[in-house]
Design a protein around this ligand. Sequence first.
Ligand SMILES: NC(=O)c1ccc[n+]([C@@H]2O[C@H](COP(=O)([O-])OP(=O)(O)OC[C@H]3O[C@@H](n4cnc5c(N)ncnc54)[C@H](O)[C@@H]3O)[C@@H](O)[C@H]2O)c1
Length: 332
Amino acid sequence: MTNDNRKLRFLSAADVRRALPMPEAITVMKAAFRELSENRAVVPLRTHVPMPEHRGDVLVMPAYSPGTARFGLKVITLFENNPALKLPFIQAMVMVFDTATGSPVAIMEGTSLTAIRSGAASGAATDFLACKDARKVAIFGAGIQARTQLEAVCAVRTIREASVFDHDRARAAAFAREATAAFGITVSVAPSSAAALDGAAVVCTATTSATPVFADHEVAPGTHINAIGSYKPHMREIPPETVVRALVVVDQHAAAWEEAGDLILPLHAGLIQADHVHAELGEIAAGSKPGRTHRDTVTFFKSVGIAIQDLAAASCVLANARTLGLGTEVPL
Ligand SMILES: NC(=O)c1ccc[n+]([C@@H]2O[C@H](COP(=O)([O-])OP(=O)(O)OC[C@H]3O[C@@H](n4cnc5c(N)ncnc54)[C@H](O)[C@@H]3O)[C@@H](O)[C@H]2O)c1
């Protein structure tokens, strides 16, 4: 005699995209970062498994949210040879468990989920920190993340124009065409970093670069920057001079000081102290720290990516998938 009616729901990339619209993802990220900063979640630092002979890294990212009674685990792979093989640089799977019983409840495609939740984090940061009248966005990198970065900024500000800069001009051109059609704004390819930044009130850097992608003097007062690319201590996208003059907000203090070269390299060079980081995004979401207080301040959100984002996004996907009847349910 058994009482075991456990079921597992499998969700594809298309299911994840349908179940996690950007505006809802931004709302979910604000709540997730707040839960993180108020120490209501258990989120160990992620484990890196380097595979240098394959130019790859695997990141193992667990999180427990008592609020949603879920445990989640994302395994994400980042393989540098993949774009040349026409494969995504990032691939991932996310598992969700019920925490009353420890039972697994869902497995979902994580590449799409990662792109949406990373865009949504920048959307939340832009909503809290960018000038309200921002009209132009500069996007650095024309890869997978770039699309959801732009989508998220468009969800929180009335954006009319975007400019994309990528060393790969063909990729930038394809991105500009696709984004113009998708978001109903003018997206053009910038011939230089300075051209991309000209008139931009919001900047998103989503590159695989290990060195700054623009010069400090190209950044106008009042600009808000979301930098999501670098995730290792030796990698950075933002010039140290910009970091020094900016109001800096991170996704999580501990993770940023472990991984964010954008902050770690200026710290080691003696250009900033650890207290240069003004706040975690969750503290601004909670109202316990202020966001932008002066129009001319350059604000800088550095994201390395936190497992609570994946768990919060996956929990939302699962709830919406059940309502919409998405995915395939199988008995365990
Ligand atoms: N913070 C987060 O939560 C988070 C989440 C996902 C990915 N990421 C990071 O975002 C970055 C981009 O990921 P992706 O999946 O879009 O990769 P991708 O390979 O699809 O795109 C990266 C693009 O950056 C361009 N690029 C590299 N150096 C450049 C430079 N100096 N100037 C302009 N463009 C440059 C490349 O030509 C490429 O088109 C990666 O570093 C990844 O680790 C961060």
